[in-house]
Design a protein around this ligand. Structure first.
Ligand code: SAM
Length: 239
């Protein structure tokens, strides 16, 4: 198994990035509600924050991701402390609910997110299982062939996709935000940055949707103009 690129950052991810990314998640939830997309798969869910926001908005969301570290952070973030765990932590007892009986899956809290480890290129769901699949800030870090395969797989399990990712500057006002995102992308490592630059050279998220022949139903500006959310579906006239 190859090393998990998120192993070191996973426990810091929410703390560092939620202030910037929560606006993206709220926009995704707003579009899902407005468009009646009630059953959503977040196919590269990371720490599960998008699913939590969607569920907070009354929508059903399943999260999938390839990184065990990110899924571990997601499970920790969405975990609801049981009474015996709260007593242990407030009374100075061992952390992590020592003394609590293990939770059987059938008794798991309804507040917990359904999360699974899966490759976005091979999702363990039947055709059309969801109303929409979210691919948020993940396509830019994949090699081109991987991103294309993930997009095709998303369109197998749902008729619509929500692509939230970086785009090219459309006007001068966008330039500071577009230039700024090079900093976190560069810090994310050499391979990540190489894939990001390739993604941008191919036209960012708009270029991806265009090459895939998608019809964009709705478009929202994200991240001060550095990103866009595209609600898209297959072009019904495409062969
Ligand atoms: C930058 S994070 C974004 C996480 C989340 N969507 C968010 O907005 O916070 C990219 C995520 O994509 C996941 N990822 C990358 N390639 C993947 C693949 N082939 N299948 C599933 N997840 C993948 C990574 O593990 C990581 O959690």
């Amino acid at each position: 198994m190859t090393a998990d690129p998120y192993a070191r950052i996973a426990e810091w991810y929410d703390l560092l990035l939620n202030p910037a990314l929560d606006g993206v998640r709220r926009t995704v939830a707003h579009v899902c509600r407005a468009e009646g997309l009630l059953r959503v798969l977040d196919a590269c869910c990371g720490t599960g924050r998008q699913c939590a926001v969607l569920r907070g908005a009354g929508l059903a969301c399943v999260g999938a991701d390839l990184s065990p570290a990110m899924l571990g952070a997601a499970r920790a973030a969405t975990r609801v402390a049981r009474p015996c765990e709260r007593a242990a932590s407030s009374g100075g007892g061992p952390r992590g609910g020592g003394g609590c009986p293990p939770v059987e899956p059938s008794h798991a809290s309804p507040h917990r997110l359904p999360l699974l480890r899966a490759d976005a290129r091979a999702l363990p769901f039947a055709d059309g299982s969801f109303d929409a699949v979210v691919l948020s800030l993940a396509l830019h870090e994949m090699p081109e062939a991987t991103g294309n395969a993930a997009l095709a797989e998303a369109l197998r399990v749902a008729p619509r996709v929500l692509l939230a990712d970086y785009r090219l500057a459309e006007r001068n006002l966008d330039l500071p935000a577009v230039l700024f995102v090079h900093l976190p992308e560069r810090l994310a490592g050499a391979e990540h940055y190489r894939n990001f630059r390739g993604f941008m050279a191919r036209g960012g998220v708009e270029g991806l949707a265009h090459r895939a022949g998608l019809t964009v139903i709705r478009r929202e500006r994200l991240l001060g103009g550095a990103g866009a959310l595209l609600l898209a579906e297959r072009n019904s006239r495409a062969g």
